[in-house]
Design a protein around this ligand. Sequence first.
Ligand SMILES: [Zn+2]
Length: 181
Amino acid sequence: MRCPICKSKLVFWKQLELETLDEHVWCLPVVAKNAYICSNDDCIGSSKGVCWNDGGTFYDISLGAKDIKFINDNNGAFGSFQREINVSIYKMGVAKELFHIKLGKLSIHLEWNYDANEDGEVLSKRLSPKICYDCVLWHSPLSKAKFILRRHRRGLEPLPNRTWVHKVVNFVINISHIGRS
Ligand SMILES: [Zn+2]
């Protein structure tokens, strides 16, 4: 992994109790993890006491990194899963929305979705429309059906297994699902 501030190699520092998102959300005990620091003594990250974990997630353990400028505004280490999802999920350093219009409680958003590699480089991007009513995201029947089939193919969700009528009813319920954004 490489430093997202100066691109120098990150080197093992010591074990630290670096809380992951899962540990935080599920209130799990924080276990000690490998912490990595920048090998470049002249890097501002070295003087600010920042580090990264095995997955390339950034930690500002001394809370002094407010002014640090990261390459492409992405604080994930180069060559890590974190740097990839910082673009594909959190959209760090890339455009999030092309435009949105609001008509009373109805709003229509045209957003960018990205595929990225572990260096945070955008591999492809596509526009994705989203429709919200009263801040509730509406999923198109096609995208919901694709989501169910994808989960089913990965063995995460059984398809309805009852009579033909029940199958149709379940399908209609599923494709008209409205979820919170
Ligand atoms: Zn550095």
